[in-house]
Design a protein around this ligand. Structure first.
Ligand code: INI
Length: 163
């Protein structure tokens, strides 16, 4: 049967892509693992390490402002926010998660730059260990492949809005 549909998909090829990563220093023992996973995945998919820019902020709550500034600069094909919010550690974990995820989505829609949510939310330290490079994978690495796919898909889509 003849295929008549046009399929748009972002390739998993990071060659030439400029990626910004904003990392929260809170729970940095885990966030450093997420960052390593993200950088490794980007480079293994063809990114030049010189095209990866990393900024550190105090906590996950501070990530959106820096991501917004990077998105507005026009210098990045995709941005990734990395952090670890442990529910047991704070009463306001849910507030942080809700605000940060909503902000990432809003920045993405307002600027047209894909913003990937790489904030790990866990109930305890054990789950944080599992998601930052052990039995549940590395959330930084999966955020990186999402960023690559979305950056390439966005490049393949029409740039100007229909009038
Ligand atoms: N920030 C995190 O990234 N993870 C946390 O688990 C966390 N806890 O537990 O409080 C956390 N808090 C700091 C917050 O992100 C801000 O830096 C702080 O509230 C100052 O605005």
């Amino acid at each position: 049967m003849t295929q008549i549909s046009t399929i748009l998909e972002g390739k998993l090829d990071a060659t030439g892509l400029k990626i910004g990563i904003v990392c929260a220093r809170f729970n940095s023992i885990f966030v450093e693992q997420l960052l390593s996973g993200a950088e490794d995945a980007l480079v293994r998919h063809g990114a030049d390490p010189k095209d990866i820019t990393v900024a550190w902020v105090p906590g996950s709550f501070e990530t959106p402002l820096v991501i917004q500034r990077m998105a507005q600069s026009g210098k990045f094909d995709a941005l990734i926010g990395l952090g670890v919010v442990i529910q047991g550690a704070t009463q306001h974990a849910n507030m942080i998660n809700a605000e940060v995820s909503k902000a990432f989505s809003q920045i993405s829609l307002a600027t047209g730059v894909p913003v990937v949510y790489g904030v790990v939310t866990t109930e305890n330290i054990e789950q944080a260990i599992e998601r930052s490079g052990s039995k549940a994978g590395n959330r930084g690495a999966s955020a990186a492949t999402t960023a690559i796919e979305m950056a390439n898909l966005l490049k393949a889509l029409p740039k100007t809005p229909r009038k």
